[in-house]
Design a protein. Sequence first.
Lengths: 111, 114
Amino acid sequence: QKEVEQNSGPLSVPEGAIASLNCTYSDRGSQSFFWYRQYSGKSPELIMSIYSNGDKEDGRFTAQLNKASQYVSLLIRDSQPSDSATYLCAISGAGSYQLTFGKGTKLSVIP
Amino acid sequence: GAVVSQHPSWVICKSGTSVKIECRSLDFQATTMFWYRQFPKQSLMLMATSNEGSKATYEQGVEKDKFLINHASLTLSTLTVTSAHPEDSSFYICSANDSQETQYFGPGTRLLVL
């Protein structure tokens, strides 16, 4: 049974700070890693994808992957109130299109 | 990123009726689409995997005769909730994989069964 663990939060950070969201997973064979953002009442929106160890940056977002530690994180720099949402970590294995989701971390950015 | 649409966005129906929800990939072809359900303040629950031209694969506990899935083309999958009851009221979300195996979500359909 594949498991994806996230701290449910809420995680509160002041505007302009760095928000750090973490995710661990149980399946060592996992190959693809995604972060989705879900605003209340809306469907998930893809923020980042990462496939190899290290960091991947896209604007204010940085995804970090460490396969040896089975850990993936998302950093949001210069956090804005509009970043307040639930962030979902999702993972798929080799040859599988199916995603396993964490339960999400609720982020609140305080103005 | 790729665009996935859903129709309708809202539906209210009487208990016992059937409701069809459409999911379309607008700018890419999707051999695989997924249907999720999300109850308030809960996480996404995968209901089924829809494969173009073949039968859908349902997750444990999801009744295939109640939730009919048809994936007749590379851009369209439909979910029909048959004989809907109030407990079927939920947020139904589809997603589709692009050629890079990245999953994009539709905007969701909110179903209310009275």
